[in-house]
Design a protein around this ligand. Structure first.
Ligand SMILES: C[S@@+](CC[C@H](N)C(=O)[O-])C[C@H]1O[C@@H](n2cnc3c(N)ncnc32)[C@H](O)[C@@H]1O
Length: 171
């Protein structure tokens, strides 16, 4: 899948995972909303959780084969900031493995959000490739190994929420 980032530029540029992905030609940064192409928008406020039902199928338009994230500080990541064109999906319970937010559920950085989404959509190799260039990348996969596998085996969003409920009950 193509990876696109609406890049706000209000977070520490030295720690920004989206900038690193762009330097590696793994993602394209867009500095304005109007230049950001439509796609599956990774939005923590979206009502529907991402699931394997969102996998692109032949005949779907290009927007179904693009993942779009908003790279901004969590302080400015309010509902209105995700005013991007496309199908909005939240990621289910997953835990950050990056050093800034280590152990925090639901607040992933951009590369973790892309990798989690790709794994749920059945593109595990792509997810691993993205994370392999971050020293802590393997931690994200280790922490989330079981939930990622279970989500990837779900049929649709309501199945994903049922699996998520198992993890939230343990919290
Ligand atoms: C708020 S930014 C923070 C980025 C951070 N500055 C970095 O260096 O990667 C992380 C983005 O990843 C996506 N994301 C993170 N957690 C998510 C979740 N639980 N559901 C959907 N998208 C999520 C969203 O697009 C979100 O805006």
């Amino acid at each position: 899948m193509e990876l696109h980032v609406r890049y706000e530029g209000d977070d520490d540029p030295d720690k920004c995972s989206a900038r690193k992905l762009a330097r590696m030609d793994e993602a394209e940064l867009h500095r304005a909303t109007r230049s950001t192409p439509p796609g599956i928008v990774l939005n923590p406020f979206a009502e529907q959780a991402l699931s394997p039902a969102d996998r692109p199928t032949p005949g779907d338009g290009a927007r179904h084969s693009r993942l779009v994230a908003l790279d901004c500080s969590w302080e400015t990541a309010e509902r209105e900031a995700f005013d991007l064109e496309g199908v909005h999906r939240s990621l289910p319970f997953l835990v950050a493995g990056n050093p800034v937010n280590y152990g925090t559920a639901f607040q992933l950085n951009t590369v973790e959000a892309f990798a989690g989404a790709l794994a749920i959509l059945g593109e595990r190799d792509h997810a691993e490739r993205l994370l392999s260039t971050f020293s802590w990348g393997h931690t994200f996969l280790e922490l989330n190994e079981e939930p990622l596998e279970r989500y990837a085996n779900c049929e649709d969003s309501s199945d994903v929420i049922d699996v998520q409920d198992d993890y939230l009950a343990e919290e």
